[in-house]
Design a protein around this ligand. Structure first.
Ligand code: 3H9
Length: 703
């Protein structure tokens, strides 16, 4: 077995090379290996300096997250006790950072005396994204090295900085542009030996606060309040950095550990770590060889220059991929291209991209009015009106003009991709690519694997999704796929609760208090009540046993109250204000009376349980039917496409955390308490019953 640490001595320099693929995660073995090598170096009188570097393409991805919550995490040596030992080393230690140094990986570097890096190195403390804080000195040593302001920014955002910024901030000592970094690092160590360079310890430094503005921490808290609402870890990160100012290093480290442990045991930490692994699992398709040859995607055609088509075009142009944007009419095309330019200009004005990059991206998007111009593109994405006949006729045209092997994708959000594929002579090349609006912003891309979609088509679009910086999740065929299918029962309960006596504002507030980015009723007012109405057209038949199903939405639609765009929906919109509308409350009363539904006071708890459990129950069906490969895929859909709070890890993780027996009991309770509605809609999914009976969670389920 290859050792996880290589140790060698060259002259007076000991070299400790981390070699634990894939990311040098600081698990028990690697930690022990580092400390054994360190002791060898200390005990060898010939060694005058120590270099720590990596045999992998990155330096170190930090603590091994898969050890969290297990015994291994606490097996000595643990990072918080081993790093002070390195820091107090009598021989200088040089961290030679050859790529990413993240979390515990950067904390390891901070405990070294000197830090050198290759130009592409990237340094960061992303722990906050895992629901924790840097727990091995990051919150204490970083402020001592680069000041509290920059340190706080890095720790609370979790975003890494590049080598040049690190050099400018004094986080590293040198950048070396070299093909032989190890030789350079050894030379650097020899120079330090020769110049009798001192060993350094952060314990000798205090945090420089002379330029710290008054009320810095209060203002910082205010500035992040919206972005971090509901998250537990960011406030603990701030408290830890405050401690770095107030306390000497050893006491600060103690405080950091306390705060770290507070975070580490929260459901939020489990949820955010679940999402980390979920993102990586989503690209793995059972039964498919990830090494199979892929199709080349150099150019893309997009049908429809509306908001969706334009947003999709921007994704590809941003990734340097040429786009042909097709519209039927010249003025629509012109409007679409203008809107794209406008979007870019807004981003440029906000400093999000340079004007050079903007022009380059715009230059990659060319309009056309002719299908013939799509004859040489590698991938076409149709983004026309959500109507199966229109989509079929587009695919018939594409089948005629596109080259053999081109991938033909539909951006449908509900319709049957098999039926669309069936109008072509190449169903193996057809797939669904469901982007979310605004498509240039939203991370989620639902990839719909149709019955005949070829394996290499599926893998090619998964890779392409990564190129355009999307989070792809594969769904099978069904109405609404994973996202909209589960959003439907969620929305059904939200609107039904209004019929039963809650106000729209109460429903929305209960959901935003739960952590959702917006309440459902605000969401559909924004998306368009008419859009939901049309989407329901495809499932009317299976809904008509319930006369009260979405009746309020249908009535609002028939009144022309389509939501924000008409100034009225569930709410009234006055400028930027969203106001409760007495007419809607009255409408809910009269409709309830008509349908024999008695209105009552409804608790926020009931609102959350009914909406979320109904959604989870549908998720269980989706899993059991094999529409989704794993529950974590479902969680990615909701946290990346529907504003479900990341700190809850997605609906399925939330259910796992609450306990499936509790969710099942909730379903049964509402099934028996809500009369016809309960009977119609709260029948527990067989998989939920099965897993709850076995004391298992959705995470345990393998199709
Ligand atoms: C920490 O350090 C706490 C300390 O402050 C205190 C401790 C007391 N652990 O992303 P990739 C796996 S918390 C375990 O596709 P890339 C990953 O799951 C840690 N596993 O590669 C995947 O496995 P699989 C703070 C990890 O090249 C494989 O490695 N650090 C870890 O695109 C490849 O990953 C972070 O939050 C880990 N730390 O990107 C950094 N990291 O193949 C988290 C990765 O089975 N990591 N894996 O699916 C990253 O951001 C990226 O992985 C990185 C490489 C940029 C490093």
């Amino acid at each position: 077995m290859t050792p996880v640490v290589n140790y060698e001595v060259q002259g007076e320099v000991a070299i400790i090379t981390l070699n634990s693929p894939p990311v040098n995660g600081l698990g028990f073995k690697l930690r022990a290996g580092i400390m054994n090598s360190y002791e060898n170096a200390i005990n060898d009188a010939a060694v005058k300096a120590i270099v720590i570097t990596s045999a992998q393409k990155l330096f170190c991805g930090g603590a091994d997250i898969s050890e969290f919550g297990t015994e291994k995490m606490n097996m000595e040596p643990v990072l918080p006790t081993m790093l002070p030992v390195l820091e107090e080393s009598p021989k200088p230690i040089i961290a030679a950072i050859n790529g990413f140094a993240l979390g515990g990986g950067l904390e390891l570097c901070l405990a070294c005396d000197y830090r050198i890096a290759l130009p592409h190195a990237s340094l960061g403390l992303p722990e906050v994204k895992l629901g924790i804080l840097p727990g091995a000195g990051g919150t204490q040593r970083l402020p001592r090295l680069i000041g509290p302001q920059k340190a706080l920014e890095m720790i609370v955002s979790g975003n890494p900085i590049n080598a040049q910024t690190a050099l400018d901030l004094g986080l590293i000592d040198h950048i070396f542009k070299t093909d032989d970094f190890l030789t350079t690092a050894i030379e650097y160590a020899n120079q330090l030996i020769e110049s009798k360079a001192p060993v350094k310890s952060c314990a000798d430094l205090s945090v420089d606060i002379k330029d710290l503005p008054n009320n810095f921490f209060t203002d910082f808290r205010t500035s992040i309040a919206r972005r971090t609402k509901g998250f537990f870890a960011p406030e603990r990160c701030i408290q830890a950095v405050e401690a770095s100012i107030e306390l000497p290093l050893a006491a600060g480290l103690k405080k950091e550990i306390e705060l770290f442990q507070e975070c580490a045991v929260t459901p939020q930490a489990r949820a955010q770590q679940h999402l980390f692994f979920a993102e990586r699992a989503a690209g793995r398709i059972p039964g498919l060889d990830p090494k199979m040859p892929l199709r080349d995607i150099k150019s893309v055609g997009i049908i429809g220059a509306g908001t969706m088509g334009g947003g999709i075009a921007m994704n590809f142009a941003n990734a340097g991929i040429e786009v042909k944007l097709l519209e039927i009419k010249g003025d629509a095309l012109e409007r679409g291209l203008k809107a794209i330019r406008n979007n870019y200009e807004i981003s440029a004005k906000r400093g999000k991209l340079t004007s050079e990059k903007m022009e380059k991206s715009i230059g990659l998007i060319n309009g056309t009015l002719s299908y013939d111009d799509l004859s040489d593109v590698d991938l076409v994405i149709e983004a026309v009106f959500e109507n199966i006949e229109i989509k079929k006729s587009v695919f018939q045209q594409l089948d005629k003009v596109c080259k053999p092997g081109a991938i033909l994708a539909t951006n449908t959000s509900y319709l049957d991709v098999d039926a669309i594929a069936a109008v072509t002579k190449r169903p193996q090349d057809v797939i669904g690519l469901h982007f979310f609006s605004p498509a240039n912003v939203m991370k989620l891309l639902e990839i719909v694997r149709a019955t005949h979609t070829a394996n290499d088509v599926l893998l090619t679009v998964l890779k392409t999704a990564q190129r355009i910086k999307k989070t792809p999740v594969v769904s099978g065929i069904c109405w609404g796929f994973i996202g909209n299918r589960m959003f439907e029962p969620y929305g059904r309960e939200a609107t039904r609760l209004v019929l039963e006596g809650a106000t729209p504002a109460q429903v929305d507030k209960a959901l935003t208090d739960f952590g959702c980015a917006m309440g459902f009723l605000s969401v559909i007012d924004m998306a368009g009540i008419d859009v939901g109405f049309m989407a329901r057209e495809g499932i009317r038949e299976r809904l008509n046993h319930d006369p009260s199903y979405q009746v309020l939405c249908d009535r609002l639609n028939n009144l022309g109250r389509f939501g924000q765009k008409t100034g009225r929906g569930f709410y009234i919109y006055e400028g930027r204000d969203r106001l409760e509308d007495p007419e809607v409350i009255e409408l809910s009363k009269t409709t309830a009376k008509e349908l024999n539904i008695s209105q009552r006071n409804i608790s926020d708890e009931e609102i959350v349980e009914r909406t979320i459990y109904a959604m989870v129950n549908e998720g269980a069906r989706i899993l059991e039917e094999g529409v989704s490969y794993r529950s974590s895929d479902i969680d990615l859909v909701f946290t990346n496409g529907y504003g479900f709070p990341a700190f809850r890890g997605g609906p399925m993780q939330y259910a796992d955390e609450v306990g499936l027996d509790v969710v099942l009991a909730g379903m049964k309770k509402y099934q028996s308490e809500l009369g016809e509605h309960g009977k119609n809609w709260f029948e527990p999914a067989p998989l939920l019953e099965k897993l709850a009976a076995q004391g298992k969670s959705f995470k345990d389920y393998q199709a």
